[in-house]
Design a protein around this ligand. Structure first.
Ligand SMILES: Nc1nc2c(ncn2[C@@H]2O[C@H](COP(=O)(O)OP(=O)(O)O)[C@@H](O)[C@H]2O)c(=O)[nH]1
Ligand SMILES: [Mg+2]
Length: 329
């Protein structure tokens, strides 16, 4: 041990020896290293300490990795579809989720009230979809996990404020998405940017259309738009036109409801099977019971896909929304 070490070194060393956490040990080792005068006589000691330090640092990062918190944006899908609402501050995102779901995010005219995503379940006729309230899109920062949520949901609901600057808000949100290599499906082929874009299903909710009185306002807004957007004017607060919004969401989710019934019984209309559009009878049967897909012989059908009520159809018959099916196995 070289004898020309300063007192600070020995202080740090003592604290290092009595440190109980890896973080503290790293801290005091760093202190020890910084107090050692740099010359030939201390080469060995410094190399030794650096080695110890690097070992400890690896230990802290791996233990941090193990304790890693799950992001609040990791929201598992529930119900018939996962819909994320995005937009600028004060558009009314939290109002919609609070009014239409079991969740109660905070609502305020104060900008930037919402800091974490909040999911809730919204009824659309006899099915439930998951609606997720989110923090506002801002110029400064968008959590990468927020962007990942947008990338994987079934539908993105862009909400803009008819009372504010709806054209600018829409352009801002779309610009931010494209900056992050995301674009609405309805703009496929129309976005001028280089490189890869991930296209996601989107609807644009023009919020604060509180009553018919806003019609003129809305028409002016529409005329100012350069592109065609799938717009739904509605009001989260008064509920105006929300039924149309729900219908648009349901259609955009690309799912249908099918009811299964036993011979001689009525179907339970409160418990539809929610399945992807275009599904064939045999595949649907597999969802009713895993053995049915193979064993299915035929089925009787009522509803829009049937030529007449109770039509007998084969395995590859394509089902439609609200069909009633009596499986025969
Ligand atoms: N007139 C009107 N005001 C609304 C509507 N939706 C929300 N607001 C108001 O707009 C403000 C911001 O709402 P909030 O839901 O917190 O917006 P967020 O930042 O997008 O979550 C609040 O004062 C709401 O009461 C609406 O449909 N019509
Ligand atoms: Mg909010």
């Amino acid at each position: 041990m070289p004898t020309n070490l300063p007192a600070d070194y020995f202080n740090a060393e003592e604290r290092f020896r009595s440190a109980t956490t890896t973080e503290d040990k790293v801290k005091y080792l760093e202190e020890m290293l910084s107090t050692i005068p740099k010359h030939k006589g201390t080469d060995h000691l410094r190399a030794d300490l650096r080695k110890k330090l690097s070992k400890l640092r690896t230990a802290t990062t791996s233990s941090k990795g193990a304790k890693k918190q799950v992001s609040p944006y990791h929201i598992s899908k529930e119900g018939a579809g996962q819909v994320v609402i995005i937009g600028c501050t004060n558009a009314g995102k939290s109002t919609l989720v609070a009014a239409q779901t079991n969740a109660s995010p905070e609502i305020s005219e104060v900008p930037f009230t919402t800091w974490t995503p909040t999911p809730g379940m919204m009824a659309i006729e006899n099915i439930q979809v998951q609606l997720i309230d989110t923090p506002p899109f801002s110029e400064e920062y968008i959590d990468p996990e927020f962007l990942n949520l947008i990338r994987r949901v079934d539908l993105v609901l862009i909400m803009i404020d008819l009372h504010a600057n709806p054209v600018q808000e829409l352009e801002f949100v779309l610009g931010k998405l494209v900056e992050n290599r995301i674009a609405p499906q309805y703009l496929q082929g129309k976005v001028k940017t280089e490189g890869f874009l991930l296209y996601v299903p989107c609807l644009v909710l023009v919020n604060k259309y509180d009553s018919e009185e806003f019609e003129e306002h809305y028409e002016i807004f529409q005329q100012l738009l350069e592109e065609e957007h799938p717009l739904v004017p509605a009001s989260a607060q008064t509920g105006y036109n929300l039924e149309a919004l729900k219908k648009a969401i349901f259609e955009k989710l690309g799912v249908i409801r099918v009811y299964s019934k036993a011979p001689g019984k009525e179907p339970d209309k409160t418990a539809p099977f929610v399945v992807e559009e275009g599904i064939r009878l045999a595949e649907f049967a597999g969802k009713v019971h895993k053995d049915f897909q193979e064993n299915l012989k035929s089925a009787k059908i009522w509803g829009t896909s049937a030529e007449f009520p109770g039509q007998m159809v084969s395995r590859d018959h394509v089902l439609e929304d609200e069909d009633v099916v009596e499986l025969q196995v």
